[in-house]
Design a protein around this ligand. Structure first.
Ligand code: ZN
Ligand code: ZN
Length: 237
């Protein structure tokens, strides 16, 4: 891959800056409680994910997301999955936020390109959630009148067992996307390799669905990677 370095026109801002005291006329939106998120796993067991509580303040024209990290179980750091989960929820809900503040003993602020990166990551998370709800059996077979009831039920159980079924595939990918990005890419490439094996090994509808969704997802991830390289290292790829 050809890489060339591009001279930065403007330096990316530092991640942190001193927080000014909000003026008295600030408005505080109703506090959102997002302490726990419950995620249904494919196995039927439920797993709890913790996320920061956060609220939104409007200070003059600035929209601030403020996460209360003293209770979240994290340390007010985006390396902590609870903080990352909470902040990605928050930036999805408040797409126009100008600044994100992680409030712990020390406050950390994210704005400009750092915030843009969080918004792009939140978008990938939303897309992974959307892909997870696709049901290849329903899309390809349920309304097919040419198939008998027993053929349909055979296909349904094949889909349920198929390791390329989106219901099982994306929730796991989504989890590693925020907790371990290396693991995320590892599982992604492992699954992409499986796709080459073809319909002899996997159920046809799940294979078709996942093949086309992976192309879509790879394009989105490539956009994210380009953004990180350019804004983080001033490299155009
Ligand atoms: Zn937190
Ligand atoms: Zn299937």
């Amino acid at each position: 891959m050809k890489k060339k370095e591009k001279q930065a026109k403007e330096k990316p801002p530092k991640e942190k800056r001193a927080r000014k005291k909000p003026p008295k006329e600030k408005q505080t939106k109703e506090k959102k409680t997002k302490e726990k998120r419950t995620k249904a796993k494919q196995t039927g067991t439920e797993e709890e994910e913790y996320a920061c509580k956060w609220n939104v303040e409007h200070v003059y024209r600035e929209i601030r997301i403020i996460a209360d990290c003293k209770d979240c179980g994290g340390k007010g750091d985006l390396n902590e999955s609870s903080c990352m989960n909470g902040i990605l929820d928050a930036v999805s809900a408040e797409g126009n936020a100008d600044v994100v503040i992680l409030s712990h003993f020390v406050e950390k602020q994210y704005f400009s390109y750092s915030l843009e990166l969080l918004k792009r990551m939140a978008q990938v998370m939303q897309e992974l959630s959307q892909l997870a709800i696709r049901d290849p059996y329903k899309e390809y077979f349920l309304s097919n009148d040419k198939l008998s009831t027993s053929q349909k039920s055979q296909q349904k159980s094949a889909c349920e067992k198929c390791e390329l079924n989106p219901h099982g595939l994306y929730p796991d990918l989504k989890k590693t996307f925020t907790t371990d990005i290396q693991e995320f890419y590892k599982s992604l490439f492992k699954t992409a390799k499986k796709l080459d094996k073809g319909p002899t090994f996997f159920c046809g509808p799940c294979l078709d669905t996942t093949q086309s969704d992976f192309v879509y997802m790879f394009n989105n991830l490539e956009d994210l990677r380009e953004f990180i390289f350019y804004r983080g290292y001033n490299i155009v790829i």
